[in-house]
Design a protein around this ligand. Structure first.
Ligand code: ADP
Ligand code: MG
Length: 413
């Protein structure tokens, strides 16, 4: 590969090596090809469009669903000395015009756009006038109704791109594509012919375990477990804000340094609790799924699910926050079928397709929790990946279920 690309990697981002598939992906984007990237969270997808955007002439449009993270990403790029901006509903008229002027002047390398801003007519007209290099669609699974995070606005992206410039290359990126979601994305973006780069989702350093959730018993187990992990960092995920508060208090009463995190807390409290966790003032953060996006703490040693997640995508992403440094990470989930039923009830007011899709995701989750086969095999298969041998690093491999058959269970009771 062109030596200058690697030089740019070093010079601009300060990284001396590409990670995983990054190099062939960057190369492919630079050739102007449609590119489909499937890579786990934290693997480094952003660089796959940021580096080519900086190298190429013109502005790359980056479509990203989370307005809250956009400013952060742009700030980071600016800190590297890259001219990047964003367009979303948080900007007022004057700020918007300033950004547009910058882009039209040709200096801007990356423009982050929220999907609802992209579909505005005035923005379509503006983008038609700009000199663009390519369009990156981050979190591309939002396109698919089969996915766990469907955003209707995402389904309009392709039409808008066609209006802006019919030959603009597209780079779609996601961490959560099951084969079904993958097909749906490619069909919707009309990029069945795109070059596909799919990395392995196997996180070999993570140990997966599921325990039955038993009234009174589970809380005691959690306290005991955390005390055995003294001084190490962990995350406990709960479904509701109320449960988060309850568990956080329970831990504190038991002498554990814990803090709650959910969207119902005041912004300053939320930020403080998050910082305390990152700075290791507290060992455990008890949180709803609001916690974790964009957070990069490499030495989280365990992730506990007090409640079952709504999908295996969610489970994979949340457990994936353990062991980012490549060292051990324990993923412990407490499960009872009643929780699945409870989650299904939450969906009862949703439109029928959405409800049916949510139900399928939940049933897959239940199947995983109740399965006696190697957890890793199950999880990877869900993401369309084959694991030849049992992993030897999950509860089902370590303690095969046959040993706990009904008869033994009866005599034990
Ligand atoms: P993803 O979008 O796949 O979840 P990010 O793009 O946010 O992941 O990258 C995760 C982290 O990895 C970031 O802190 C990023 O700076 C870092 N990173 C990406 N590429 C490299 C690389 N080649 N060398 C070292 N660190 C990298
Ligand atoms: Mg990302």
């Amino acid at each position: 590969m062109d030596q200058t690309v690697k030089e740019n990697l070093k010079r601009i981002f300060g990284f001396s090596q590409f990670r995983g598939n990054q190099e062939p992906i960057v190369d492919n984007v630079l050739r102007g090809n449609n590119t489909f990237v499937i890579m786990p969270t934290g693997a480094g997808k952003s660089l796959c469009y940021q580096l080519p955007a900086v190298i190429q002439d013109g502005t790359a449009i980056v479509i990203s669903p989370l307005i809250a993270l956009m400013k952060n990403q742009v700030d980071q790029l600016n800190a590297f000395g890259i001219n990047a901006h964003f367009l979303n509903s948080t900007l007022n008229k004057t700020e918007t015009n300033k950004v547009k002027k910058e882009v039209l002047s040709g200096k801007t390398k990356l423009l982050y756009v929220a999907p609802e801003s992209l579909t505005k007519e005035e923005n379509v007209l503006f983008l038609k006038d700009a000199k663009l290099s390519f369009v990156a669609i981050d979190e591309a699974h939002c396109i698919s109704e089969w996915g766990h995070d469907f955003r209707p606005e995402y389904r309009k992206i392709k039409t808008i791109i066609a209006q802006i410039g019919s030959n603009l290359p597209i780079v779609a990126l996601t961490a959560t594509a099951t084969p079904k979601v993958q097909q749906d994305i490619q069909r919707n973006l009309q990029m069945e012919e795109a070059d596909l780069f799919k990395s392995s989702f196997n996180r070999t350093n993570l140990y997966y375990e599921v325990r039955p959730k038993v009234k009174n018993e589970t809380k005691k187990q959690i306290i005991k477990y955390i005390k055995s992990q003294k001084g190490k960092s962990g995350i406990i995920y709960c479904l509701s804000r109320k449960k988060v508060e309850e568990i956080a208090n329970l831990l504190k009463v038991n002498g554990i340094k814990a803090a709650p995190y959910h969207a119902g807390l005041e912004q300053n409290v939320r930020v403080k609790n998050q910082d305390d966790f990152l700075n290791e003032e507290v060992d455990v953060i008890v949180a709803t799924i609001a916690f974790g996006m964009g957070i990069d703490k490499p030495d989280v040693r365990y992730v506990i699910h007090y409640d079952v997640p709504k999908s295996l995508e969610g489970y994979y992403q949340e457990t994936g926050r353990a062991g980012r440094d490549g060292l051990e990470g324990h993923c412990l989930m407490f499960y009872k079928y009643d929780d699945i039923v409870k989650l299904e009830k939450f969906n009862k007011d949703k439109p029928v397709t959405e409800r049916e899709n949510a139900k399928i995701l939940l049933q897959e989750m239940a199947a995983y929790a109740e399965s006696s086969i190697c957890r890793r095999k199950f999880l990877l298969h869900y993401f369309g990946e084959m694991l030849e041998d049992d992993c030897g690093h999950c509860d089902n491999c370590k303690k095969p279920k046959e040993k706990f058959d009904g008869i033994e269970h009866l005599t034990a009771v």
